[in-house]
Design a binder for this molecule. Structure first.
Ligand SMILES: Nc1ncnc2c1ncn2[C@@H]1O[C@H](COP(=O)(O)OP(=O)(O)O)[C@@H](O)[C@H]1O
Ligand SMILES: [Mg+2]
Length: 506
């Protein structure tokens, strides 16, 4: 007899439907799996056998062939166990074959028949809806996550024995509750910007970065608050929209980082500077997302930027521009999303001392300068130089009032303007293409002349010019102004050249 059931293979953060077909006929007892399975899938034979027997079910001593179709989709990992077991049960007459077409299943089996959670349950549930399946069976631990998708009836099941009862209509699990709104308010435990004394320029830069999604580099001596400032960016970023939250959760789920609920805050990833290029952008035989994808719709923070390997920094260039990573595997390539904001911090030189105590050689300085001015800098709209704050600012006894909440409100209003102006594909100024930038920048006559004059003194290049326009656009948006003024252009140019906020200096 023959039976088939649907399950899913992960590809990037998407899922591909896979049909598991099992044929059972008289002959020597063998169980072969064909259709591009990786070793973990081939081992499924042993898990399926033990799980069936330990659940009081029959493992047919016949000639069994399983085929995973389509053959060109690579099947990796143990999430195919359950589909194999269900197809064996149906092909050997232990569960009914009719109506099997409306189910999709996924899950790893333990030898005892207990179902173990899988990575990517949300992507699989989205796949089930796309494929028109009415019902989806997942391990209990994945149920809340899979149930975030509307239009699919999700059953969270603990064991193989229960599945037989469920599919025979003798039992139904409690419907899972999608975790859309549990846990503390995202900002509850976020550190506040008020903790940082002084550094008004850097705070302004951080607010602009948040408001327009711009990449930011902070350069300055150690102990002036660069790391502190960066860690306070998530507290002023706009909260993720529902669509963004679903995408963040999908990424986390595929990476095995999801906690079962819908992500309520943007990710903040701060990998150590010893990370490899593939750790940063993703890769491997079974492609895994890198840090830039784990930071999708959030922040990738590279502290001590100049200490990262050249190869790692080079690898970031393209994804920062295209906002996705293509990992090639054989003839095909898999896309991972990388709508990520880069924040970097660095000392100006390797000895990391204040300028007058610096012990670095010329060569050291040159090496750092090369790293910090390399191709990556081209992707950074905001460069901010920090100095040690005057002692009076640090010792100021006055209790600092919280700042982050008010800044987030301003940032959200600024993003609102950006969204209503452009389509959803460029929800921030930083993500605008060249055409959109020209169309939306709306410089006043004075600002246009001013920019031209400044360009004649110090050419910016085409890319630099666009970046100044985008940042100036954000400055006006934060102020709720339709037109970009001379001052906006000046301030944007100041950050471009690393001089800090001209407006504040004035
Ligand atoms: N501007 C500041 N306001 C308040 N505390 C600061 C400031 N700058 C530094 N500190 C203190 O010094 C510590 C180190 O700061 P950090 O952000 O790591 O500096 P950096 O990254 O620039 O080397 C912080 O944990 C904080 O206690
Ligand atoms: Mg630091």
């Amino acid at each position: 007899m023959f039976a088939s059931i649907a399950t899913f293979a992960l590809e990037g953060i998407d899922s591909r439907e896979v049909s598991v077909e099992v044929d059972v006929r008289r002959g020597l007892p063998v169980f072969t799996i064909v259709g591009l399975p990786d070793p973990a899938v081939r081992e499924a034979r042993e898990r399926v056998r033990a799980a069936l027997l330990n659940s009081g079910l029959e493992f047919p001593l016949k000639r069994m062939t399983a085929n995973l179709a389509p053959a060109d989709v690579r099947k990796a990992g143990p999430s195919f166990d359950l589909a194999l077991a269900v197809a064996v049960l149906a092909a050997s007459g232990q569960i009914a074959r009719d109506g099997l077409g409306e189910w999709a299943v996924c899950g790893e089996l333990s030898l005892s028949g207990v179902l173990r959670p899988v990575r990517g349950a949300l992507a699989m549930s989205l796949g089930a809806r796309r494929g028109g399946f009415r019902r989806l069976i997942v391990p209990t631990a994945n149920a809340a996550e899979a149930a975030l998708v509307e239009g699919v009836e999700v059953s969270g099941v603990q064991s193989l024995a229960r599945i037989v009862e469920l599919m025979a209509g003798r039992w139904r699990p409690e419907p899972p509750v999608p975790l859309r709104s549990t846990g503390p308010e995202p900002e509850a435990d976020e550190p506040d910007l008020a903790d940082v004394r002084g550094q008004a320029d850097a705070k302004r830069a951080l607010e602009l970065a948040a408001a327009g999604g711009h990449n930011l580099l902070m350069v300055g001596p150690p102990g002036v608050g660069k790391t502190m400032l960066a860690c306070r960016l998530p507290g002023i970023l706009p909260r993720p929209s529902l669509d963004e939250a679903v995408e963040i959760t999908r990424v986390q789920s595929v990476a095995g980082l999801a906690d079962g609920g819908l992500a309520r805050r943007r990710p903040f990833r701060a990998p150590h500077h010893t990370i490899s290029a593939s750790g940063l952008v993703g890769g491997g035989a079974t492609p895994r997302p890198g840090e830039i994808t784990l930071a999708h719709h959030g922040v990738l923070f590279l502290d001590e930027l100049a200490e990262f390997s050249r190869a790692a920094l080079e690898a970031l260039r393209q994804p920062l521009e295209t906002r996705r990573v293509l990992v090639s595997r054989g003839q095909t390539s898999i896309a991972f999303p990388a709508h990520t904001q880069l924040v970097a911090a660095s000392n100006a030189c390797p000895c990391a001392r204040l300028r007058h105590e610096c012990t670095c050689t010329e060569a050291d300085h040159a090496r750092y300068a090369r790293k910090l001015s390399g191709p990556l800098l081209d992707r950074i709209d905001l460069v901010c130089r920090l100095e040690a704050p005057p002692p009076s600012e640090l010792t100021d006894e006055a209790e600092a009032l919280p700042e982050s909440r008010a800044i987030r409100r301003r940032v959200e209003l600024a993003r609102e303007r950006q969204r209503s102006r452009s389509r959803a594909d460029a929800a921030s100024n930083a993500a605008m293409g060249t055409l959109a930038t020209r169309r939306h920048a709306l410089l006043s006559v004075g600002a246009r002349t001013h920019l031209r004059e400044r360009q004649e003194l110090a050419p910016l290049g085409a890319r630099g010019h666009d970046r100044v326009l985008k940042l100036a656009r954000t400055i006006a948006d934060l102020d709720q102004r339709a037109e970009v003024s001379v001052d906006d252009v000046d301030e944007a140019l100041g950050f471009r050249l690393g001089g800090g906020s001209a407006r504040r200096a004035a």
